[in-house]
Design a protein around this ligand. Structure first.
Ligand SMILES: Cc1cc2nc3c(=O)[nH]c(=O)nc-3n(C[C@H](O)[C@H](O)[C@H](O)COP(=O)(O)OP(=O)(O)OC[C@H]3O[C@@H](n4cnc5c(N)ncnc54)[C@H](O)[C@@H]3O)c2cc1C
Length: 389
């Protein structure tokens, strides 16, 4: 993909850093089932700072690379599951930084955004609620968490689920409903009124703090910590939505490129039935299909990024990209496991982890079916508009 010279240079530096410095940490015992420890993350960030690749997508003046430029950088950071954490391009911080950069007041930016950009703090985004209580999930309008004004404070009550990184985060963005509609609040963490009930045991393991079920009990938030205005929370969620979805596609494309390199090396060295695996058509075809899926994913990301770069919210385009890329990457990851036989399902390489991570990716930031459903609604809307009597 042709992008600017500055993005090409940053991407090359990020790739060299991830390959030379980050990859050797993949076997570090601090990579736990609920994500790498903060101690490990901070050690890697020190190295990223020294290498000049910390938060590489945000420039010293606070402006962001374009989405097309961001893509080439984030794909490289994703070459290791630890890369985005080291470079501070990981979810949910990257999406949260984008949101605060676009919606927060100057005072809010100084207090809540700056520590995220500098890599000193992690953040969490509190939207989803427990399914067994009928709360917000695929349908955010089902939100049950409430906020009401009491003097100069908002009082928030509710329960949240799957809150990535809540354990250990210093900044929280909490969504709740007032009489006006959805609202977003910036909060300092930890806070005794935000109680982590449990960290879920999930299939993935790349995000520090894992994914928590959280009780919010009479949390009092000063009025000036509301992000924007009461009732406009879903509008701000829209601002975050498309770029955050797309950056997941970028990072996990990087993960699959690397998994495919590992599977290719295996197939080009290992023999069965008198010849290299790659020379068996069944294996060669799997690797050929990987190349096709990887290139299609890259082009889809570039196309969606170019739409976002026009200033469009890119809601439909990011839905298409999220479905196409996550489903293509699932096929790639699955083939990588298969090509490597038993080794593919072991933790000897990151292929096994990439497979697990991509499985979860097909659900978060909108399950595939929800994106297809919203696209189908658009198909109908557009048809009816074109055939209005
Ligand atoms: C690893 C991980 C990390 C996450 N991190 C966060 C986080 O940091 N903060 C946060 O707020 N949330 C987070 N989430 C939650 C995530 O956003 C939700 O899981 C997602 O929105 C789906 O909601 P749900 O789990 O309640 O599924 P449900 O709403 O119960 O949906 C279940 C399934 O129903 C189907 N479905 C739903 N609607 C439709 C439709 N209209 N048409 C067809 N099929 C449909 C889909 O197949 C869907 O997968 C995370 C989830 C995961 C797995």
């Amino acid at each position: 993909m042709m992008v600017s010279e500055r993005a090409t240079e940053i991407a090359a530096k990020v790739e060299a850093f991830v390959r030379e410095v980050v990859i050797p940490y993949e076997k570090d015992p601090r990579c736990g089932a609920h994500g790498p420890s903060d101690d490990l993350v901070m050690e890697l960030r020190e190295k990223a700072r020294a290498a000049g690749v910390l938060t590489p997508h945000i420039l010293p003046d606070g402006s962001h690379l374009t989405q097309r430029e961001t893509a080439v950088v984030l794909i490289r950071s994703g070459l290791s599951p630890l890369g985005p954490l080291a470079c501070n391009t990981a979810a949910p911080d990257e999406g949260n930084m984008y949101l605060l950069g676009h919606v927060a007041s100057p005072e809010q930016k100084a207090r809540f955004l700056q520590p995220l950009v500098s890599g000193a703090a992690r953040s969490a985004f509190f939207m989803t609620e427990p399914a067994n209580e009928g709360g917000a999930g695929s349908d955010p309008s089902m939100m049950k968490t409430t906020c009401r004004l009491d003097g100069n404070h908002w009082v928030i009550n509710g329960r949240k689920a799957f809150i990535t990184g809540a354990e250990g985060a210093k900044v929280g963005i909490v969504m709740a409903k007032s009489d006006d509609g959805a609202c977003m609040f910036l909060v300092d963490l930890p806070d005794p009124a935000i109680r982590i009930e449990r960290v879920l045991d999930t299939i993935d393991s790349s995000m520090p703090g894992g994914h928590a079920v959280v009780a919010i009990e009479n949390l009092r938030v000063p009025a000036d910590q509301m992000l924007g205005n009461s009732g406009e929370g879903f509008k701000y969620a829209q601002v975050r939505l498309s770029p955050a979805r797309l950056s997941h596609c970028m990072r996990w494309l990087g993960g699959c490129i690397r998994a495919n390199e590992i599977a290719t090396a295996y197939a080009c060295k290992r023999e069965a039935f008198g010849k290299l695996l790659v020379d068996h058509e069944g294996v060669g075809f799997m690797l050929a299909e990987n190349l096709i899926d990887i290139r299609q994913a890259e082009l889809m990301i570039d196309w969606c990024a170019s739409v976002l770069d026009t200033g469009s919210l890119g809601t439909a385009e990011s839905s298409m990209a999220k479905v196409a890329v996550s489903e293509a990457l699932m096929r790639v990851a699955d083939r990588c496991v298969q090509v490597m036989g038993g080794t593919g399902v072991t933790r000897d390489t990151i292929v096994e982890q990439v497979f697990r991570e991509i499985r979860a990716f097909r659900i978060y930031d909108g399950p595939t079916e929800v994106h297809k459903w919203s696209l189908a609604k658009k198909v109908k809307r557009d048809f009816l508009k074109g055939h209005a009597a």
